[in-house]
Design a protein around this ligand. Structure first.
Ligand code: SF4
Ligand code: SF4
Length: 180
């Protein structure tokens, strides 16, 4: 294998006397610390009082139903392909006769799981979904987990999250928002 000789030469700039002494930098750092220490900040008594969520916050996922209560997900797998953390696992199944009221499309996710330990809450699954079936809640954080089993969010919990939002009138119409 031939290596290119065109790599840039690194120039190491010699440190000035001030930089070599370190003390001015330490004093400047301490000054910032002291300034913040004495600055008056409003006290937030968590958990009774909570800060407002940022408009770009992405929290726990939901798997939405449509207006007729049917699951929107068609198990196309695009969310799993888009996921940089490989956190999504699914198994698709064919809708049977008589299940039209349960699943909107001819295929549905028999198994749909998100590993919340792997998830980085980037929202790419939401953006990849052509059916607006999955989205990340803008105001619900992932809870603390006490066992490895708890971190796997199956379809039951993801759909349940959607139902809770819909019942509270908080459902997102399109299920998709702009990436910041
Ligand atoms: S939010 Fe990002 S990391 Fe988490 S499941 Fe979706 S695509 Fe994967
Ligand atoms: S959630 Fe959306 S992208 Fe993921 S499998 Fe279902 S329909 Fe496809």
């Amino acid at each position: 294998m031939q290596l290119s000789n065109r790599s840039k030469k690194m120039v190491v700039k010699p440190m000035t006397l001030k930089e070599r002494m370190y003390l001015p930098a330490i004093a400047a750092g301490l000054g910032i610390t002291i300034k913040h220490f004495f600055r008056k900040k409003p006290t937030i008594r968590y958990p009774e009082v909570k800060r407002e969520f940022s408009p770009v916050f992405r929290g726990l996922h939901v798997l939405k139903r449509d207006d007729l209560g049917r699951e929107r997900c068609t198990a196309c797998g695009l969310c799993a392909v888009a996921c940089p953390a490989e956190a999504i696992t699914m198994i698709s199944a064919e809708r049977k006769k008589g299940e039209e009221g349960l699943y909107r499309e001819e295929k549905y996710a028999e198994v749909y799981e998100i590993n919340m330990l792997r998830c980085i809450f980037c929202g790419l699954c939401e953006h990849a979904c052509p059916k607006a079936a999955i989205y990340l809640q803008p105001d619900v954080m992932a809870p603390a987990f006490y066992s490895r089993e708890e971190v796997i969010y199956g379809k039951d919990r993801l759909v349940e999250n959607a139902d809770k939002r819909a019942n509270a009138g908080l459902d997102r119409v399109n299920g998709v928002r702009k990436l910041s």
